[in-house]
Design a protein around this ligand. Sequence first.
Ligand code: B4P
Length: 190
Amino acid sequence: MLNLVLFGPPGAGKGTQAEYLIESFGLNHISTGDLLRSEIAGKTDLGLEAKKFMDKGELVPDAVVIGMIKSKLDSNKDAKGFIFDGFPRTVDQAKALDELLNNNGTPVSGMLSLEVEKQELIDRLMLRGKSSGRADDQDQSIIENRINVYNEKTLPLIEYYRPQNKHFGINGMGSIEDIAGRLKAVVSKL
Ligand code: B4P
């Protein structure tokens, strides 16, 4: 079983590259961002609560996203493996994921960390903001807050996975196809 953590700052291309990995390796895709946005679209209590954090570029509380992951894993027990996109984003989320996967005897295989320059992240997200309707993509100060939150709370995860020899840094600059090729080369060896 292949369990991949697709990692990187906002705008690094996680959602974009997940599509290629699903196609190449036949894995189930779990994006906490997509799950939260579908809760918002459905106007559920969880969605309304999450929206307050997301619109400001803050992280949604750990308990909420961990609960969503648990129910996705429980309802996909026959999967060949998973791509976790945008999760974990804190060390506590990473520990919770390890616990959930270890219960199934299928640990994280690798953390694929997309590396992209800050100005490129801002440019990509501002461009998406013109058509996505996402409040968190429309304002440069909110985008910068998301990048700051990433640096403070999410980047330390590299030091969680590196000692386990599971961290793989990947150049996330250039064309979508070139980056997909780099990712595929790493995943093929896992
Ligand atoms: P996410 O949905 O994960 O949003 P994101 O970090 O912006 O990444 P996304 O996957 O959407 O963008 P991508 O890099 O693919 O999270 C949104 C919010 O939800 C968070 O801020 C937080 O509030 C909450 N949340 C989600 N998960 C959470 C968790 N685990 N814990 C707590 N809170 C959580 O792509 C960006 C753009 O770049 C796209 O328009 C794409 O077309 C473009 N692009 C991609 N690759 C490119 C390339 N090579 N060249 C040019 N453009 C490219």
